[in-house]
Ligand binder design. Structure first.
Ligand code: AIR
Length: 208
């Protein structure tokens, strides 16, 4: 993604203010150098570090898709100022989609959504005595006006995929990757079906 270029190769040595540098690192678009730059960024706020295992698979998936992430631990009631600042500054930092992960009385996604026009995806965490039903309802039952897209309880991976779908609307490269992901997933299902059919056939064949 990053390309080290010698200025002299590009004839830029007289144009660039930093021409004394023998080389510069320039991040160029995919159409110029044949590399791929996604320019896709997701902001993730988790209500507690104890929520991380729920989103970690989603975070890994986003990395595999080449989507940049910024992750923050902040609680809507323990550190409301931090949540507010993160949500208010997200768009100017280039974040296009926000994911908010929280358990129990999970007001975090709604609070985040109240400070930004960016789409917010909420992930209810199952860690509570109510096994996440409390968080699910807290996130899904937003009164009309400020919506939060709600995933399944502990649905961190789907949150990542949903974020990729949103980003893919304006990012062809990401759309191709998402299609490849879906095709590979479908092939995996077909393969498992073939394996099961063979097992059934083997076990049905009467022993002689
Ligand atoms: N939480 C933290 N502040 C507000 C909420 N709803 C949630 C966290 C976590 C749960 O409370 O998202 O799921 C327990 O947090 P902790 O820090 O006690 O492990």
């Amino acid at each position: 993604m990053f390309h080290i270029l010698d200025c002299s190769v590009l004839g830029l040595q007289n144009l660039l203010p930093w021409r004394k540098l023998s080389s510069v690192i320039i991040w160029l678009g995919s159409y110029m150098l044949g590399g791929e730059i996604l320019m896709a960024k997701v902001g993730v706020v988790i209500g507690s570090d104890s929520d991380w295992p729920v989103f970690e698979p989603g975070w890994r998936l986003l990395s595999e898709f080449g989507v940049e992430t910024e992750v923050l631990v902040a609680s809507a009631h323990r550190t409301p100022d931090v949540v507010r600042e993160f949500a208010l500054s997200a768009q100017e930092k280039g974040i296009q989609v926000l994911v908010a992960v929280a358990g129990a009385a999970a007001h975090l996604p709604g609070v985040v959504a109240s400070f930004t026009l960016l789409p917010v995806i909420g992930v209810p965490v199952s860690g509570s005595v109510l096994k996440g039903a409390d968080a699910l309802l807290s996130i899904a039952q937003m009164p009309a006006g400020i919506p939060v897209g709600t995933m399944a309880i502990d649905g961190g991976k789907n949150a990542a995929l949903y974020a990729v779908s949103i980003l893919a609307l304006s990012n062809e490269s990401l759309a191709r990757r998402l299609l490849d992901y879906r095709n590979a997933q479908a092939e995996g299902v077909r393969k498992r079906n073939r394996a099961l059919q063979e097992k059934i056939k083997r076990e049905q064949t009467p022993a002689r």
